[in-house]
Design a protein around this ligand. Structure first.
Ligand SMILES: Nc1ncnc2c1ncn2[C@@H]1O[C@H](COP(=O)(O)OP(=O)(O)OP(=O)(O)O)[C@@H](O)[C@H]1O
Length: 465
């Protein structure tokens, strides 16, 4: 049976082209020009993948995604976006988008992304449904796309050291980082380093779990315990038994489910919804977040006792822009992957491209770098990727003083630097005030270590209270 795709985009010409192209590639395709029409189709059909425009006439991308996840929690979602929106579109990953593609769309690139996304999502669904043995049990090579690469920056080497250190223990780990920094990859690598490696690694995206389904997804349910519970179903904790559960975007768990999770951690037992029996559970918990949980605790949105339980060890993944030494290591890795998937043979990046990469902000982090490299490989005919294969936004946003030429722009850049230092100084002063000049707390609020804070205090001449 062919796989089914729903395209939701208000650009009717684009829908037509996409639909024809995907049908030629043996997918079944439905099309909707508005979010509401798409949601209607989702109520009566099952899809493997939804390709959804970030800007729809009747709903924001995030709203559409959240409603898609309620109606089709197990379908994969790829967001279609213009490059100028990428910085905000990457936010959708907190709500369960699987990947994004940028306009203009290129058929070959889109096809690779569609195929890979459906396959990865299917594997996750199968593991979650207890259908297939975990990979390590099948003794298969992991696909190249999921191969763990470690960066060469100091920060990455530290992370690697920590993975080696805590991997073999049973400690719970909290991985903190912006979207696309590699939180799931790091968590999986911790699992692979542990005695649990041959057992399941179950990844749950708490940000994508509709509130009403979260309890059943995590803890399972008994037949008839609520409308729609047509049979007994084990939850992710049962399926992960003996292995590791990865709770992504844990800050999004409802208060009620935080309480249940705390019980699982404390008592190592779960009770299915509607069930009477306690089931013993032996699961290691790795949680991830890209928000400041200490703030959420202050606001009363996240339980402090749960925070301490999941935070036996903390791993902080810096944004790519703060570990520039990693950029080209990963770019080379993504170049190799893209050559394989697009059947190309691009050898390297031109010096100018390297400069643009090093100076760009990468708000979507490794995911964005991967997508930019994939597109660039597709557009490159020679041996080396040239700037013409990069989105304009990267070229403009990453201009350095030496590239921009005039003294005037040099001065502008200096002023920008001063502005960002001013903002940093202000953030530090705010954190000091909020923490009543307790430097450990201020450092935590700023998500930097105490030593960095002390250096910054010196740098900005902030009085040591
Ligand atoms: N160590 C790594 N080695 C190779 N590829 C990586 C690594 N880390 C991340 N990637 C690439 O970056 C993408 C995003 O990584 P990952 O899903 O782990 O990020 P994340 O921080 O969990 O993102 P999100 O917050 O959106 O869930 C991956 O699909 C992969 O292509």
């Amino acid at each position: 049976m062919s796989q089914k795709i729903l395209v939701i985009d208000d650009d009717q010409d684009l829908c037509k082209v996409l639909s024809n192209f995907l049908k030629k590639s043996n997918y079944e395709v439905d099309v909707a020009y508005k979010a509401e029409d798409g949601l209607k189709l989702l109520r009566s059909n099952e899809y493997d993948l939804i390709l959804c425009d970030y800007r729809l006439p009747d709903m924001t991308g995030v709203d559409a995604l959240q409603r898609i996840k309620v109606l089709s929690p197990s379908a994969a979602v790829i967001i279609i976006t213009g490059y100028s929106d990428v910085q905000t579109a990457v936010e959708t990953f907190r709500y369960g988008a699987n990947d994004y593609v940028t306009k203009p769309l290129y058929p070959d690139e889109l096809l690779v992304t569609v195929k890979e996304t459906i396959q990865k999502n299917q594997e996750k669904n199968d593991i979650r449904a207890g259908k297939t043995p975990v990979k390590s049990e099948k003794k298969q090579e992991a696909p190249a796309t999921s191969k763990f690469i470690h960066g060469s920056s100091k920060a990455s080497l530290k992370v690697l050291e920590h993975i080696d250190l805590i991997g073999p223990t049973d400690m719970s780990v909290l991985v903190i980082g912006e979207t696309g920094t590699g939180k799931e990859f790091v968590s999986n690598s911790i699992h692979q380093k542990s005695d649990r490696a041959g057992k399941p690694f179950i990844a749950i995206d708490c940000g994508a779990l509709p509130k009403e389904l979260a309890g059943s997804e995590l803890f399972g349910h008994m037949k008839g315990s609520f409308t729609g519970a047509i049979s007994d179903k084990p939850g992710s904790f049962e399926l992960a038994n003996g292995g590791t559960i990865f709770l992504d975007e844990i800050g999004n768990l409802s208060y009620e489910n935080q309480v249940k999770l705390l019980r699982v951690i404390q008592e190592r037992k779960i009770k299915r919804i509607g069930g009477q029996k306690d089931i013993d559970i032996d699961v290691r918990i790795i949680a991830a977040t890209n928000e400041n949980l200490t703030e959420a605790i202050k606001e009363g949105e996240f339980r402090e006792d749960l925070y301490h339980r999941i935070n036996e060890f903390k791993i902080n993944l810096l944004p790519l822009r703060e570990r520039k030494n990693d950029i080209m290591t990963f770019a080379e890795h993504f170049l190799n992957l893209s050559n394989q998937s697009l059947k190309k043979n691009v050898q390297t990046f031109s010096e100018e491209v390297v400069n643009h990469f090093l100076n760009y902000q990468w708000y979507g982090n490794l995911r964005e770098l991967n997508n930019v490299v994939k597109r660039a490989v597709l557009l490159t005919t020679g041996d080396a990727v040239q700037p013409s294969a990069l989105p304009d936004e990267i070229i403009h946003a990453s201009r350095t003083p030496s590239q921009s030429g005039s003294d005037e722009s040099k001065e502008e850049n200096l002023t920008l630097k001063a502005a960002s230092e001013e903002a940093e100084k202000e953030a530090i002063l705010n954190a000091l005030e909020a923490s009543r000049y307790n430097k450990s707390k201020a450092a935590e609020l700023l998500e930097i270590d105490r030593k960095t804070l002390y250096n910054k205090l010196k740098q900005y001449n902030i009085q040591d209270y």
